[in-house]
Write a protein that binds this ligand. Structure first.
Ligand SMILES: Cc1cc2nc3c(=O)[nH]c(=O)nc-3n(C[C@H](O)[C@H](O)[C@H](O)COP(=O)(O)OP(=O)(O)OC[C@H]3O[C@@H](n4cnc5c(N)ncnc54)[C@H](O)[C@@H]3O)c2cc1C
Length: 698
């Protein structure tokens, strides 16, 4: 009773702190009620901003989006959606299924091909799909290959179904949320004690006009060159300007047909004496491609890449004329490897996510995926603050959890970038040499010689470099060529070229500090340094991990064959914790205490009673053991083969353990084998940490 009384007083006190914090944050009359202040304003309608608006809307939080462009970009950019992002999309009412239906067949994109031209000799090819990628044992959904602009389209369709609508010109008069204000650029941010005031600029009848919008919290998802980041003075740390690239978006049905029939693949790494580039086959059936080529300013200029010049380069890289080639768009971009020094500013009223918070090499496809997972972490925390369940201090756990992941993924993307360079380096085309040559020219003759002469020198040196790829050198009878080809073979045999999938990092990332309670009996290890090599995901119930997936069936539907995933037990429609227990007496007592504590914290919690494989009917027992609480579900684990482990073995726990899962499907707390004795005080400690109350006193 002593502990109980103390924590009750503490939790009541904390609720007062929390309520006054939110009142300060956005004024008492604003929380989803009176419309004078919008609870959350999102700046930037890229995939990350749109995903956040969908997640928040589903959680019942009013939000609106400002987008500076008048229309959505059709440049394909990202295309690889990893496993965890697909799990996030699965929670958006069928979005993952729609992506799977709409994406190209997997046999058209499972390989990376290294060649001297798209129609020329193949130096090697790597198949990135393994049998376990299809069997849905570790996840209810698999990875996808789907262009970013098509994903944007589906996200918009989904938002429409949630009541969102796009609007051009002046808008947001009523500030009622559920709007995407197109053509509105965020140009200034001012914070007061109670709110954030944003000024947006928009074009009306040929004139630039300004509009002020007041919100409780502003989330900057405005991309790599983030204005929000600049306006609140957050710096980035890391390596800048690693490489300048030109991205050429083009269509050719003929090329698509050829590749579907002869050598289907996702990425084509092409090296020949005339040009070097990476061709991304976004959709072979639609003949949609993007060619990425490095260039070296100021000697080589982006403006030099006219449509005609790009068509010529494509011809050289494809190795044949494409009569139907249609160059749609040519864009420059710069590769960086940077993460912000902090994710939150202005007393947590301004928050960064996606490329605004981190920008890294696209090798491995972690950019957009990391951003989508940022906002999945953030959405339930924002909803908890707006709904008065958690204090604003929970938002600091967003930075504590996501910043280490961004730093890790930056290092992994750099490793991947290096792995992508292994083959050209083995062919005598070390890109670091190209960068060094370029730097030497910049630092020596750069200030003396006219730019045209510098360009000729650079072009000449690069042509000499590419001459390494001539048939004369690169053939089995030439000792140098033969040893280079042998080295290339070795890279493929040892799996040391660029990988597509990273299951251990994709599903296995884990939050060590934040809204999680570490195991009491263990020191937490920092994750191993990234290797850039494929490592399989090992399911884990360590605090901070994503809840392992297992197929289960609801016992309330004894005759139904319908199976769902353990991940489906976590609601996407409300901020709700999930306690998973086995049907043993002490665990039912724990659940009773947890229900009461959750209620005291004003938080929702559901209990899942996990019955062993083969159980047919056990519903009555849980009903009696959990009464008067009724937010529970009895499920039975479904082991699809005798070799598969039971739920508790999979989690490396015993059936006497218990797991508390957060609304983002990450594990907040677990007890491995023995339920603690003082259930109530343990649960108070756990909810206090998971809801960010602990951070108030830090
Ligand atoms: C060649 C290439 C290939 C890639 N491939 C992959 C991949 O396969 N997988 C992957 O995960 N990632 C990939 N990426 C990275 C991915 O494209 C980005 O990480 C992703 O676009 C980030 O999304 P975002 O929503 O954070 O930002 P963005 O997509 O940049 O969206 C930001 C939005 O904010 C708007 N905006 C900017 N400033 C303002 C302002 N002041 N006011 C209002 N609106 C504003 C912009 O117009 C834009 O619409 C790739 C990147 C490149 C360049």
């Amino acid at each position: 009773m002593g502990v109980f009384g103390l924590t009750t007083r503490r939790s009541n006190g904390l609720h007062k702190v929390m309520q006054s914090q939110w009142r300060n944050l956005s004024s008492s009359k604003t929380i989803n009620g009176d419309d004078s202040i919008l609870p959350v304003l999102i700046v930037g309608a890229g995939p990350v901003g749109l995903t956040l608006s969908a997640l928040l809307t589903k959680l019942g939080v009013k939000c609106a989006v400002l987008e500076k462009s008048g229309s959505f970009s059709k440049h394909p950019q990202a295309h690889f959606i990893n496993n965890r992002s697909m799990e996030v999309f699965r929670k958006l009412d069928g979005l993952a299924e729609e992506i799977q239906r709409s994406q190209p067949p997997v046999d058209f994109w499972r390989k990376f091909i290294y060649c001297t031209s798209v129609t020329g000799s193949i130096l090697g090819s790597v198949d990135h799909m393994q049998p376990q990628d299809y069997d849905r044992v570790v996840s209810p959904v698999s990875v996808a290959h789907f262009s970013q602009y098509k994903l944007t389209r589906l996200l918009l369709k989904h938002l429409e179904s949630l009541g969102f609508h796009g609007q051009c010109g002046e808008g947001l008069e009523s500030l009622s949320g559920s709007k995407i204000l197109m053509g509105h650029e965020c140009i200034s941010i001012n914070t007061t004690a109670n709110s954030v005031n944003v000024t947006a600029s928009f074009l009306k009848e040929g004139k630039y006009m300004k509009k002020d919008i007041q919100c409780g919290i502003l989330v900057g998802t405005d991309g790599a060159g983030s204005t929000v980041r600049r306006l609140v003075g957050i710096n980035m740390r890391g390596e800048r300007n690693l490489q300048n690239l030109v991205s050429v978006h083009f269509l050719s049905q003929k090329l698509g047909q050829y590749l579907m029939n002869e050598r289907p693949g996702m990425l084509f790494f092409i090296f020949n004496t005339d040009a070097i580039g990476v061709l991304v086959a976004h959709d072979l059936e639609q003949g949609e491609f993007v060619l990425q080529m490095p260039y070296y300013p100021p000697q080589q200029k982006f403006e030099d890449f006219s449509s005609e010049m790009c068509e010529r380069l494509i011809y050289k890289l494809v190795g044949r004329n494409l009569a139907d080639m249609d160059v749609i768009d040519i864009k420059p971009w710069v590769m960086h490897a940077e993460v912000v020094e902090k994710y939150l500013s202005c007393n947590s009223r301004v928050i960064l996510a996606g490329d605004a918070a981190h920008r890294f090499p696209p090798a491995g496809g972690f950019g957009m995926n990391t951003g989508i997972q940022d906002v999945h972490n953030l959405a339930w925390k924002l909803a908890s603050v707006v709904k008065g369940i958690a204090p604003t201090s929970i938002l600091s756990t967003y930075e504590m959890e996501r910043m280490p992941i961004a730093n890790f993924n930056t290092a992994l993307s750099l490793e991947n970038f290096r792995a992508a360079m292994a083959v050209p380096a083995a062919l005598g085309l070390d890109p670091t040499t190209a960068n060094t040559v370029h730097q030497v020219i910049n630092n020596t003759v750069g200030s003396i010689l006219p730019s045209k002469v510098q360009k000729s020198i650079l072009d000449g040196l690069f042509a000499i470099g590419r001459a390494q790829l001539s048939d004369f050198i690169l053939n089995k009878n030439n000792p140098l060529g033969s040893s280079r080809l042998a080295e290339v073979r070795r890279i493929f045999e040892e799996g040391k070229s660029l990988q597509l999938q990273f299951p251990a990092e994709d599903l296995g990332f884990r939050y060590l500090h934040g809204a999680v309670v570490p195991d009491s009996d263990r020191m937490e290890d920092a994750p191993n340094a990234p290797t850039g090599r494929r490592r399989d995901y090992v399911p884990s119930s360590d605090p901070g991990s994503r809840l392992p997936h297992m197929s289960i069936r609801a016992l309330s539907k004894p005759h139904s064959e319908e199976m769902v995933s353990t991940l489906d037990l976590v609601s996407g429609d409300k901020v709700e914790f999930l306690l998973i227990i086995a049907p043993v007496e002490s665990s039912y007592h724990l659940a009773q205490a947890a229900f009461k504590v959750a209620q005291d914290f004003n938080a929702s919690m559901k209990v899942c009673v996990m019955w062993p494989d083969g159980t047919v009917d056990a519903v009555a027992r849980s009903k009696t053991a959990l009464a008067p609480w009724d937010n529970y579900i009895d499920v039975v684990e479904v082991r699809q083969s005798a070799t598969l482990k039971s739920w508790w073995d999979l989690c490396q726990m015993t059936y006497r353990g218990a797991i508390l899962v957060r609304p983002d499907e990450h594990i907040a707390w677990r007890v491995k084998s023995r339920v603690v004795s003082d259930f109530t005080s343990e649960m108070k400690k756990v909810f206090s940490t998971a809801l960010g109350f602990d951070s108030i006193y830090q």
